[in-house]
Design a protein around this ligand. Structure first.
Ligand code: ADE
Length: 232
């Protein structure tokens, strides 16, 4: 049986996924609760990592060390950085960048991590293919995009930062965990994918939009991951 680790930052992002687990068990490890169970003949381990890059990194390493899943998928919400991508649309990662990593003083481009082979963490091809296949049955309900997702310890709510993320990294959306999960997966040679549904447009209205749309957009991510698991 395939084993998938699924990480969400906030309770709203994992709540409805936990409910679909058959034979559900809970295990506490340090500060985290891991929910184990089966859905559609796939073993799932679902965990809430908390907000931000350090919380996400610690959680990802614990998930790998404790459960050694075949794949890791990060689901949740994000702020759209692209004019084409609207609230509740889904962005699937091609690759991820830690946009707040700044060694520009040494001549590196922003987001580049010195002395690492690659700072653009590439999503797994099998999971991307599975995602493309799984979109067709939902295409009448949800709009899907594929592109660069950037992460940083910043809730982006300004046009200036949003424009910079677009210009420097070609970002399609921004959030606060995906790239650090990708970074840990890269260091552990673990295939991963990030799926984010837009709760806001990372502009001045982002905090209000986030409050308004977080549940609805998190539901879209859950619907999609359920479809992907069914197609595994
Ligand atoms: N998650 C959801 N919206 C976000 C935003 N605008 N910036 C960072 N993380 C987010």
């Amino acid at each position: 049986m395939k084993k998938i680790g699924i990480i969400g930052a906030m309770q709203e992002e994992i709540d409805s996924l936990i409910k679909i687990l058959e034979n559900r068990k809970e295990q506490n490890l340090n500060h985290l609760t891991f929910y184990e169970g089966v859905y559609n003949n796939v073993e799932l381990i679902v965990v809430r990592c908390g907000v931000g890059k350090v919380n996400a990194a610690v959680c990802t390493q614990l998930l790998i060390d404790k459960y050694n899943p075949d794949y890791i998928i990060n689901i949740g919400v994000a702020g759209s950085v692209s004019d084409d991508v609207n609230i509740c649309d889904i962005v699937v990662s091609t690759h991820l960048v830690e946009h707040d990593f700044d060694c520009t003083a040494f001549g590196y481009k922003k987001g580049v991590i010195p002395r690492l082979d690659d700072s653009e963490f590439k999503a797994d091809e099998y999971l991307l293919e599975l995602s493309r296949k799984s979109q067709t049955s939902l295409a009448n309900k949800i709009r899907f995009f594929e592109g660069v997702i950037v992460s940083g310890d910043i809730f982006v709510s300004s046009k200036e930062i949003k424009d910079e993320l677009q210009k420097l990294h070609g970002a399609m959306c921004t959030e606060m965990e995906g790239a650090s999960i990708a970074h840990v997966c890269y260091l552990n040679n673990k295939p991963f994918l990030v799926i984010r549904s837009m709760s806001d447009k990372a502009d001045g209205k982002a905090p209000d939009n986030f409050e308004q749309f977080v549940i609805e957009s998190a539901e879209n991510s859950r619907t999609f991951i359920q479809e992907m698991i069914a197609n595994m």
